[in-house]
Design a binder for this molecule. Structure first.
Ligand SMILES: [Zn+2]
Length: 137
């Protein structure tokens, strides 16, 4: 999967160069589309290799991950609010979460965290807090 994404990146670069050289919008569009496919393939590959290797790190005090309801996932998938994630951990957090202490957290949009299969941290209840800010609809 990771090799496939690297090939897609190569194709995207070739299309970009061809598009820039010829001024063709179709080739530039193809380059963008191929880049997006490469990103998806890379994400899938990274998740696959992470799942195949080690058991996700569970720090003391953290509840075991439970799948979020589909409705919650769908609502969060439409949000771009920042959450914090830690490599090899199955949770996303709010920036002030105690679970992030001593961890190298990385900021990412909640939609990306949900797409990657991460679930809301039970300590900071990131999903609940983010959805509380949403207009009801
Ligand atoms: Zn948290």
């Amino acid at each position: 999967m990771i090799v496939g994404s690297l090939l897609l990146i190569l194709v995207a670069i070739v299309l970009l160069a061809a598009g820039l050289f010829s001024g063709s919008a179709a080739e530039l569009g193809g380059s963008i589309g191929t880049s997006l496919l490469a990103a998806v393939a890379l994400l899938a590959g990274v998740r696959q290799s992470a799942a195949g290797g080690r058991v996700p790190q569970q720090r003391p005090g953290a509840d075991p991950p439970a799948r979020m309801p589909a409705g919650v996932q769908a609502r969060l998938a439409g949000l771009s609010d920042p959450v914090w994630v830690v490599a090899d951990e199955p949770y996303f957090h709010l920036h002030h979460c105690a679970q992030l202490l001593g961890a190298a957290g990385r900021e990412t949009p909640v939609s990306v965290a949900v797409a990657a299969g991460l679930v809301s941290c039970a300590s900071c209840r990131a999903a609940d807090v983010l959805m509380a800010d949403m207009p009801r609809g």
